[in-house]
Design a protein. Structure first.
Lengths: 286, 329
């Protein structure tokens, strides 16, 4: 029982880390191989802000998110958008290159050791239904749910959301009715990166980040997104919870060192059985 | 010379030139400085890895981030064979390649159903899952790693000769494949899958053998890497760096070209020699170059070369045309 509760709460955190990936795939139809590293960079930027300004990481992750989002806009607009015309392989190569750049910059700037972000509540526990739960996990889950609901509303209720959905459903028709695809795509990557910065900060509050941990977070986020259905915002919450529970159970049954192996095993399994997601209706591959 | 004649000549040259170069290297290996021997070995190993990867990912369009698996399997297989069975070196290396190919075929059954980014992430996940397993597997001594038994190690010159032979096999195999129907089917699948299938290309029957050959060649490369380094740990043998090297080299040299990976390997190797004192910077520069190449020169060095050749040819034709026009006047 404790495992399941713990797993569900982990799920909220995992959903946050996967939201950006899902958004970018859903709208731009691009799998961002640098997503994991964007999470990690977000964590480091927040850590730097905390170290230099002093203050609560939950507050300082907001400027970090804005900053990284603003940096991601030109990246999509001037680098990735033109590359996407070269076919499907080119953006894979390019985002892989970006991933390596980010990892190497982090390695060159900081040490390879894992680091955490400290906060007064980082080590405390809260009693919920008689089970001791780490406060940070609870906060992460709350923020995760908030972000999922917020993004969902943003996409469904606002003019910007309408444009984004139009661009994702039929890019040609969308551009015919006057939606600037290049601008929209760049905004989406900016938004996704901002969310990733928040996700990364939550990771660093709960666990730890190191310059090279992005790859394993990319795979975890991808697992979450594939389970929840690529491009589905609410699906990430379901996927996150499933991955969280599976991981916790596997870690208890086989030992903590098999935590990652379990996640990647689930990923491979899901890719094989239902690459379109567990909870989506089957869509024909174009 | 008539058309058939020049075609036969080109076919002969495609096989003869690599053989001659390889023979020359085999002969000269004794005369080289040892540092040069070692550098040449490392360069050729990079080139073999890139060419093997290019077969699947450049010509085949299946972007693999899992080739580190074959490097690791090849390396560990060699270490285990030498350690437990006291096999002679060359059969051990060959058998290691075969084992890597078998692993490749087993993994291909699930993996080849995936396409595009799914394939990339699936193979990346497999690499990390296998690495996690290797770190905890008693048979391969866990994270402590494996050492090549001292009596089985060979001197640098012999190692270079083995590497040259593996490189020769790689070049010849890929030249041969790309001149056969299998290679044509591979290109057709990459360029238009539905179209290729509609004219009778069988997807799995095309991808499986190429994937197995690529795994075999990468396994050979991994075996030689293990011999060169003398010891293996899961994190070094299954390092993502190998997949990264392959991507960087092929993108710079030209994806899906025969000699692009060779050129790319030379470029990357030279870059690493110059930036050897600043660890990490080479990787950064390489990754930035990759992004720039994808953005501005999607066909790499080979693309630039052929563009240059076309420009020269066009200029020649123009001049000849102008001369002809001048004569008729």
């Amino acid at each position: 029982m404790e495992l399941v509760v713990q797993g569900i709460l982990l799920g909220g955190l995992y959903a946050t880390t996967a939201l950006g990936l899902s958004l970018v795939f859903g709208v731009i139809r691009m799998v961002n191989l640098a997503h994991g590293d964007l999470l990690v960079v977000g964590a480091y930027v927040t850590a730097l802000l905390v170290a230099s300004l002093g203050g609560d990481p939950l507050l300082l992750m907001l400027p970090a998110a804005v900053l990284l989002g603003a940096l991601a806009y030109p990246l999509q607009r001037f680098v990735l958008n033109p590359i996407m015309r070269h076919g499907q392989e080119a953006p894979i190569t390019a985002t892989f290159g970006i991933s390596v750049v980010l990892q190497t910059v982090l390695l060159l700037t900081f040490s390879a050791d894992p680091r955490t972000i400290n906060a007064p509540y980082a080590a405390t526990q809260v009693e919920v239904f008689g089970i001791g739960i780490r406060t940070t996990l609870l906060i992460a889950t709350a923020i995760g749910i908030l972000l999922v609901v917020g993004l969902d509303l943003l996409l469904k209720r606002t003019r910007f959301g309408k444009e984004v959905r139009a661009a994702s459903i039929d890019p040609d028709a969308a551009s015919l009715v006057g939606i600037d695809l290049k601008h929209t795509y760049a905004l989406v990557l900016g938004l996704a990166t901002a969310v990733a910065a928040i996700g990364g900060t939550l990771i660093a509050l709960t666990f730890a980040v190191s310059p090279t941990s992005g790859t394993s977070w990319l795979l975890r986020a991808f697992t979450v997104v594939v389970i929840g259905g690529l491009g589905s915002i609410r699906g990430t919450l379901v996927g996150g919870i499933l991955v969280g529970v599976v991981e916790d159970v596997a870690a208890t049954v086989f030992g903590a060192e098999y935590r990652d192996v379990a996640v990647f095993g689930v990923l491979v399994l899901v890719l094989l059985l239902r690459p379109e997601g567990l909870f989506t209706r089957k869509v024909r591959r174009a | 010379m008539n058309a058939t004649g020049s075609r036969t000549l080109r076919t002969v040259a495609a096989y003869a030139v690599p053989v001659v170069v390889a023979l020359a290297l085999l002969g000269l290996a004794d005369a080289m400085r040892l540092s040069l021997v070692n550098q040449l070995t490392s360069l050729l190993l990079l080139a073999i890895l890139a060419m093997a990867w290019n077969l699947v990912s450049g010509f085949g369009g299946q972007f693999s981030l899992g080739h580190s698996i074959f490097v690791g399997v090849g390396g560990y297989a060699t270490a285990v064979l030498l350690d437990h069975l006291d096999m002679p070196l060359v059969p051990a290396i060959l058998l290691s390649g075969l084992i890597a190919a078998v692993v490749g075929v087993i993994l291909a059954y699930p993996m080849l159903r995936l396409r595009g980014p799914y394939f990339a992430i699936g193979t990346l996940g497999l690499t990390l899952a296998l690495l996690g397993w290797m770190l905890n597997w008693d048979f391969t001594k866990r994270s402590q790693g494996y050492t090549i038994p001292a009596d089985a190690t060979v001197d640098l010159v012999t190692l270079l000769r083995i590497t040259v032979l593996v490189a020769l096999v790689t070049v010849l195999a890929i030249t041969l494949i790309m001149r056969r129907p299998l290679g044509l089917a591979l290109l057709a699948l990459r360029d238009n899958e539905d179209g290729a299938i509609s004219v009778g290309v069988r997807r799995l029957r095309t991808l499986m053998p190429t994937w197995a050959i690529s795994a075999f060649l990468t396994g050979l490369m991994g075996a030689v890497v293990a011999m060169q380094k003398g010891q293996l740990t899961p994190t070094s043998a299954f390092s993502i760096q190998y997949a990264l090297d392959a991507v960087v080299i092929c993108v710079i040299g030209g994806l899906g070209t025969l000699y692009g990976p060779l050129i790319g390997a030379v470029v990357v190797f030279a870059l690493r020699q110059y930036t050897a004192d600043f660890a990490g910077w080479a990787t950064l520069i390489e990754a930035i170059i990759v992004i720039l190449v994808v953005r501005f020169f999607p066909d790499g060095v080979m693309g630039l070369l052929s563009r240059g050749r076309d420009a020269v040819a066009a200029a020649l034709i123009r001049r000849r045309g102008a001369r002809a026009a001048a004569q008729t006047e």
